[in-house]
Design a protein around this ligand. Structure first.
Ligand SMILES: NC(=O)c1ccc[n+]([C@@H]2O[C@H](COP(=O)([O-])OP(=O)(O)OC[C@H]3O[C@@H](n4cnc5c(N)ncnc54)[C@H](OP(=O)(O)O)[C@@H]3O)[C@@H](O)[C@H]2O)c1
Length: 305
């Protein structure tokens, strides 16, 4: 249809004006503004979303106020904590993790993940509307456990032996229980996270010439912080409603990866153990094909480049 003369001149006028960057108008919450949550908050703030963000610590509220519109204290281990603040949200990223102790402690995992998700489910049950809601839950490829290096995708069984993996698998189940006509639930199983301040290649290089007390024959998986932020955005843009591995293309054993890094840096090789210790093990060539088939691309496909 040809626009009327008046409309045509209006279009011409508008074409000359700089387009304002409109806020998307979405209301989103980030449960657990730690390493990943903060990076996502920065990205979402630039996109113009109205943001809520949680921390367990009052002393972090001022720092968080730089990143989100409404910083909130939420601690799943505190029975007074609730998530009722969020009313009519369009999206929620679940990115909390036990961060109080450096050691992996199953009780803390249980309290943080299962306790936290239960509070979330209770709050969703009291949601005042049934408007569409996108949930993205950050899980871990650790749930696959020891698959003896086998190629592994999202349809493969999860490890039911290690108690931490049991907790992570239960957390996935719990969060998926809210999936409905109005609520999409996307689970992103992350590889080991690296990026600024978490310099895994640097850590591996610092062991050059020494002995690492872990089984170097196991195959771990990795993902750069930038690609997590992009993966989370991708999940929200595409309204994903399924489970995806979010890992890079590196499918090397620990020994192979550190050999490659040491060689590139001209450093002596590191020796690794050739048998398992009591540590929790991921030993699987984790596939990222399912997410890539949807058009997702990685900016940091390989840790050793
Ligand atoms: N690290 C990895 O290599 C890795 C691998 C696979 C998957 N993941 C998953 O990726 C996600 C993000 O990890 P990250 O590295 O960003 O974690 P992180 O830096 O340790 O941040 C964790 C966040 O959770 C909050 N938190 C801790 N205990 C809590 C509790 N009991 N109740 C509520 N919130 C609590 C922390 O609060 P404060 O602000 O008070 O610290 C912090 O904001 C997590 O779901 C994690 O399981 C991580």
């Amino acid at each position: 249809m040809t626009p009327s003369p008046d409309l045509a001149s209006l279009y011409q006028l508008l074409a000359k004006e700089r387009r304002p960057i409109l806020p998307s108008g979405e209301r989103r919450a980030i449960l657990g503004c730690g390493y990943v949550g903060k990076a996502v908050a920065k990205d979402w703030k630039q996109e113009g979303h109205e943001l809520w963000g949680t921390t367990t610590r009052h002393e972090r509220l001022t720092e968080l106020a730089e990143l989100v519109d409404s910083p909130v204290v939420f601690d799943s281990t505190d029975s007074r904590s609730s998530l009722d603040f969020f009313g009519n949200l369009d999206g929620i990223l679940v990115s909390f993790a036990p961060s109080k102790s450096a050691q992996v402690d199953v009780v803390q995992y249980r309290e943080t993940f299962l306790g936290g998700i239960q509070v979330l489910l209770d709050a969703l049950g009291r949601r005042p509307s049934d408007a569409p809601l996108q949930l993205v839950h950050l899980s871990s490829c650790g749930v696959y456990g020891n698959r003896r290096g086998a190629l592994t995708d999202e349809s493969d069984p999860l490890d039911s032996f290690h108690p931490v993996n049991e907790v992570l698998a239960r957390a996935e189940e719990m969060i998926q229980s809210v999936r409905s006509e109005n609520i999409n639930v996307c689970i992103l199983r992350l590889g080991g996270i690296y990026g600024p301040g978490r310099d895994i290649p640097g850590m591996l290089l610092s062991a050059a010439g020494g002995l690492v007390q872990r089984n170097g024959r196991n195959v771990p998986c990795w993902i750069h912080l930038d690609d997590i932020v992009r993966g989370v955005s991708f999940a929200f843009e595409r309204n994903l409603n399924d489970t995806y591995n979010l890992v890079n293309d590196t499918q090397l054993t620990g020994q192979e990866l550190s050999d490659r890094l040491c060689e590139q840096a001209g450093l002596p090789m590191t020796r690794w153990l050739t048998m398992d210790t009591t540590d929790r093990v991921l030993n699987a060539r984790v596939s990222n094909a399912k997410l890539k088939q949807l058009g997702f691309t990685l900016t940091q496909p390989c840790m050793a480049d």
